[in-house]
Ligand binder design. Structure first.
Ligand SMILES: NC(=O)c1ccc[n+]([C@@H]2O[C@H](COP(=O)([O-])OP(=O)(O)OC[C@H]3O[C@@H](n4cnc5c(N)ncnc54)[C@H](OP(=O)(O)O)[C@@H]3O)[C@@H](O)[C@H]2O)c1
Length: 271
């Protein structure tokens, strides 16, 4: 049976870059909402010698995620899931950000875990924005609701994001909370799914020169001065980091967040 690697948000940016570092022995499924984008990515991968397929999925819709997991399992054994689908503050309001980034992670981890076996791995892409969130905005009790009462979870996070003044700041808070949740939830899943030999990690990029990163560079560019090399990361650098974390040979890497932000988070201490 062939091994399958699924990449949500794989039609562009870091997800597509990660696909190019995966083993050519695997079937690659590229997923996202826009079919034309997915087809372009699949053609690129085919030209490089990959067996790749496009499958549309909106990760904020549980049924859509379930269908993606079923499709992936019908092609072979799901070995790697890279959950790179996401929206940034410039792209959506607070509620949408929480539904896609946070609940999307719940749906991906839960629905895929039903179809995965020992020796497989899930990597959820977070953000270094999670590291700058004020502590009072992170409540485990609220995050726990994501598994028990989704609507209350969304309502509570949106209410917290409304503490900010401008629309962009509201979305910025919601984005950071949703990404902090991604780190927390990946850890929660690591300990639950670890019993079945499924490894779960998150990875937090800094500002990266993808379509999304370029959109955020004006407002989010402040952090760049704290990076060791005073620059944005490239999609290729992040693609390699994500693919390495998702590689099953990295079998002892679980229950942690891998911070790949050029030193931006730690840089404040040295400047
Ligand atoms: N670039 C940065 O500076 C940066 C920094 C920190 C973290 N990140 C995170 O890194 C991940 C990858 O982002 P990127 O920079 O590579 O940006 P990107 O090129 O915009 O990739 C994001 C992908 O997610 C897909 N997507 C968005 N909403 C979706 C949904 N509801 N369901 C399924 N797919 C969806 C998009 O395609 P469709 O619109 O066609 O669905 C797009 O292909 C994201 O989670 C992002 O939050 C990025």
């Amino acid at each position: 049976m062939k091994e399958v690697c699924v990449i949500t948000g794989g039609g562009s940016g870091m997800g597509l870059a990660a696909a190019k570092y995966m083993s050519k022995d695997k079937i690659i499924i590229i997923s996202g909402r826009t079919l034309s984008k997915l087809e372009g990515a699949v053609n690129e991968l085919k030209e490089l010698g990959f067996e790749a397929y496009a499958h549309t999925c909106d990760t904020s819709d549980r049924v859509s995620v379930k269908l993606l997991a079923e499709y992936a399992a019908s092609l072979g054994e799901i070995k790697n899931v890279i959950n790179a689908a996401g929206l940034s503050p410039a792209m959506a309001d607070s509620e949408k950000l929480i539904r896609v980034n946070a609940l999307g992670t719940v749906y991906i981890n839960r629905e895929f875990a039903k179809k995965m076996y020992c020796g497989s791995v899930i990597v959820d892409v977070s953000s270094n924005s999670a590291y700058v969130l004020p502590r009072f905005l992170m409540r485990k009790k609220v995050y726990d609701l994501a598994d028990t009462d989704e609507e209350l979870f969304v309502k509570k996070l949106v209410k917290r994001s409304n503490l900010a003044k401008s629309d962009y700041e509201k979305s910025g808070f919601a984005y950071a909370m949703s990404k902090k949740f991604v780190i927390w939830y990946a850890q929660k899943c690591a300990y639950e799914l670890g019993e079945r030999g499924i490894r779960v990690c998150s990875l937090s990029p800094g500002l990266i020169a993808t379509d999304m990163g370029n959109k955020e560079a004006k407002e989010g560019g402040d952090m760049l001065k704290y990076t060791a090399e005073n620059r944005m990361g490239t999609p290729e650098e992040l693609g390699y980091a994500i693919a390495t974390v998702a590689d099953e040979r990295n079998g002892y890497l679980a229950g942690v967040d891998v911070l790949v932000d050029g030193g931006a988070t730690n840089g404040k201490m040295f400047q």
